[in-house]
Design a protein around this ligand. Sequence first.
Ligand code: SF4
Ligand code: SF4
Length: 102
Amino acid sequence: MSSTRATRIETRERNEKWQNPPLRIEMLECINCDACLRHCPPTFGAIFNHGADVVIIPELCSGCDKCLPVCPVDCIYPDPDWNPAQVPDDWWSLPLSEHDPY
Ligand code: SF4
Ligand code: SF4
């Protein structure tokens, strides 16, 4: 079943229709320029500032790849082996906060 961003945030589940794996930012390479965040479509709204880091919540990332070409250091990678357990619980407070960029 397809889902909206709001339900994905509520249920913490990816849209099962999405064929592409979510993407992951390699924090050791990222220069925190926020270009990717500004290019993630609001219907997905998957990229957030988290303290000094920029992170992708995989359950919200469709794998649309719109963030890839704008990254100046090519540090965004497909993450086919992602696991919900790798997402720290506090990341989920980001889309619910008043600072949700989408
Ligand atoms: S692949 Fe698309 S949905 Fe995922 S973080 Fe990049 S722009 Fe957002
Ligand atoms: S565009 Fe690349 S370098 Fe800039 S914040 Fe995103 S992942 Fe980091």
